[in-house]
Design a protein around this ligand. Structure first.
Ligand SMILES: [Ca+2]
Length: 193
């Protein structure tokens, strides 16, 4: 009897711990992009990101770097021509139990000119992949692309359903068919369910 009562105390404490921890677990969605803040660098480049090749974008005087402002790092893109997509990619695996995602990021854009076709500007898109084959679907989704300059940083957020059977998602942060300067920070993709 003595042993049983001594065991009761730890279990009671565990119960208190679990009860207090539950609301936190319920509110925190899993973030699939641990390096969306551009704070961690590897040889000057943001860790986990595939940056565009400088040999390619220097031909049109483009720029893709990490800059620092008040101790905070962010992605800085410059695309002075209308016929290019200048972007950084982040690829991550996805499983069948991930059905709905929330994409969010902060962006600051200076847009000088847009190409005349649709879907141009500054923004973030998610592309699904099935195995190693790229889909014919042009764009899975993202927040509406910015087509006018922002005075300061603005926050974007959008919820998206994952296409059935997708095994990999590529997130592209960039400037598409626009003469623009764009800064990005705090990119996250959370699993809502
Ligand atoms: Ca940052």
């Amino acid at each position: 009897m003595q042993m049983r009562s001594s065991l009761l105390v730890p279990y009671a404490l565990l119960g208190v711990f679990l009860t207090s921890a539950l609301p936190t677990w319920a509110g925190a969605a899993k973030n699939l992009m641990p390096e969306g803040s551009f704070e961690l660098l590897e040889r000057g480049l943001p860790e986990g990101w595939k940056m565009p090749d400088p040999n390619w974008y220097k031909n049109f005087r483009g720029e893709a770097t990490v800059k620092t402002e008040k101790g905070n790092r962010y992605l800085h893109l410059v695309c002075p021509v209308l016929n290019q997509l200048l972007g950084a990619n982040y690829t991550f695996p996805i499983t069948e139990d991930m059905q709905r995602l929330r994409l969010s990021y902060r962006v600051r854009a200076e847009i000088k000119e847009l190409a005349t076709n649709d879907g141009t500007g500054v923004g973030v898109a998610l592309l699904p992949w099935w195995g190693n084959v790229e889909t014919t679907q042009a764009q899975f989704g993202g927040a509406e692309w910015i087509t006018e300059s922002t005075k300061d940083w603005v926050s974007k957020k959008v919820e998206l359903d994952v296409p059935k059977g997708a095994t990999v998602l590529t997130l592209t942060v960039g400037i598409k068919a626009a003469d623009a300067i764009a800064d990005f920070d705090d990119v996250s993709v959370e699993v809502l369910r």
